[in-house]
Ligand binder design. Structure first.
Ligand code: NAP
Ligand code: MG
Length: 398
């Protein structure tokens, strides 16, 4: 059988622990037999990040800007315990954070639906994608524990020395105080990434804030989205037959629950943090959640939303065969290959991505699945497979 050829490479970022094992299996059994893989390989595994002083992460980000498509394995974000475990020279930053900052991108998380697991919300028939603005607000706020009576003020000094000063509150007792910020250019990137991704998926874009209460802060988000939509995207949305829809966050929550799904919901930083966990829990399993980082220029990086599945890795190291779910990582690869095919004009690569996804879902729906899904499954489970058996079953279908 002749293998499918690729014109341009995808940027391949290897990772850590159990997902690194899965990564190699997917390549060996599901990709390389069918596609002559062209990748530019970066090893973001923690030992190699440490050896290179994390330069490899920055190089990978630069490569995504060059080739426009990347696929990433889950990686360890080191904490004090990891510094000891891996004998690290430094507590390196989160690779996802580094890549997101370099691409100025927004993360979109989408559940993978299968007939074996139905969403807790019965009406949801299509995936709901959450876009989270991952900059500023409460995550970068300055906080103060007010010790007792006194005046809190908000003060801004412009470069020209002009000042703005307003009383926040005259405390008559102890309390708390917080100041947070955001920037127009970050909100603009968030808006463009969201509009780009809606066009990419051919789905409506919803955006919600609380602008009725927050008349400057949230209002700014609303106005920036509207301006960029009117100036840059209205025409393209009309051609694609999709809509941009703004509503208040509380109205959005009610509509989302009553909806059939099939749209992208852009959220401010905190709303996105909360809503993405709510949506993923209601759809079933973290192991069935994909994640795409989209930059305003239209660079795409695909990965699974879950981590390196450390608990399984420690058992695997003891020689145990684990039943770790590879589906989100498979879909990261299929997403990247489909995008590569679209950009390069190689429909056979897009068709392969589709077949890979179908073979994966068909395998689950035939009753062969990993343990996490077997526990949730509403169809008869024929076999609770370990990771390798499950991947082999997909390969057979392919
Ligand atoms: P995790 O790797 O997502 O795993 C948490 C738990 O969720 C697992 O112990 C497992 O539950 C279940 N799970 C997640 N993915 C699964 C899968 N594919 N198949 C089956 N079960 C799955 O999160 P974590 O343990 O908090 O983090 C581990 C490491 O991953 C950390 O070092 C963290 O820094 C890193 N991380 C990386 C990324 C990323 O690169 N994008 C994201 C998050 C975390 P059971 O043990 O109950 O089976
Ligand atoms: Mg969260």
């Amino acid at each position: 059988m002749s293998r499918i050829q690729m014109k341009n490479p995808v940027v391949e970022m290897d990772g850590d622990e159990m997902t690194r094992v899965i990564w190699a299996l997917i390549k060996r059994d599901l990709l390389e037999p069918f596609v002559e893989l062209k990748t530019e390989y970066y090893d973001l595994g923690l030992p190699h990040r440490d050896e290179t002083g994390d330069a490899v992460t920055h190089e990978a980000a630069a490569a995504i800007k060059k080739y426009h498509v990347g696929v990433k394995c889950a990686t360890i974000t080191p904490n004090a315990q990891r510094v000891e475990e891996y004998n690290l020279r430094e507590m390196w930053k989160s690779p996802n954070g580094t890549i997101r900052a370099a691409l100025d991108g927004t993360v979109f998380r989408t559940p993978i639906l299968t007939r074996a697991v139905s969403p807790v919300v019965k009406g949801w028939k299509k995936p709901i994608t959450i876009a989270r603005h991952a900059y500023g607000d409460v995550y970068r706020a300055t906080e103060y524990r007010v010790p007792g009576p006194g005046r809190a003020e908000l003060c801004f000094t412009g470069e020209n020395g002009e000042t703005f000063r307003k009383t926040v509150y005259d405390y008559e007792c102890a309390g708390v105080l917080q100041a947070m910020f955001n920037k127009d250019n970050s909100i603009e990137s968030f808006a463009r990434s969201s509009f780009e991704y809606a066009l990419d998926r051919g789905e409506d874009l919803w955006f919600s804030t609380k602008d009725t209460i927050s008349k400057q802060y949230d209002q700014t988000f609303k106005l920036i989205f509207q301006r960029i939509f009117d100036e840059e995207y209205r025409q393209r949305f009309a051609e694609k037959g999709i809509e941009y829809f703004y509503t208040l966050i509380d109205d959005a929550v009610a509509r989302v629950i009553r909806s059939k799904g099939g749209f992208i919901w852009a959220c401010k930083n905190y709303d996105g943090d909360v809503m993405s966990d709510m949506v993923s829990a209601a759809f079933g399993s973290l192991a069935m959640m994909t994640s795409v980082l989209v930059s305003p220029e239209g660079n795409f990086e695909y990965e699974a939303a879950h981590g390196t599945v450390t608990r399984h890795w420690y058992r695997y190291q003891q020689g145990e065969r684990t039943s770790t779910n590879p589906v989100a990582t498979v879909f990261a690869w299929s997403g990247a290959l489909r995008k590569r095919g679209e950009l390069d004009g190689t429909p056979e690569l897009c068709a392969f991505a589709h077949r890979l996804e179908k073979a994966t879902l068909d395998t689950i729906e035939s009753g062969v699945m990993t343990k996490d899904l077997a526990l949730l499954s509403e169809i008869p489970v024929k076999k609770t497979a370990d990771t390798e058996e499950f991947i082999s079953a997909i390969a057979e279908k392919l």
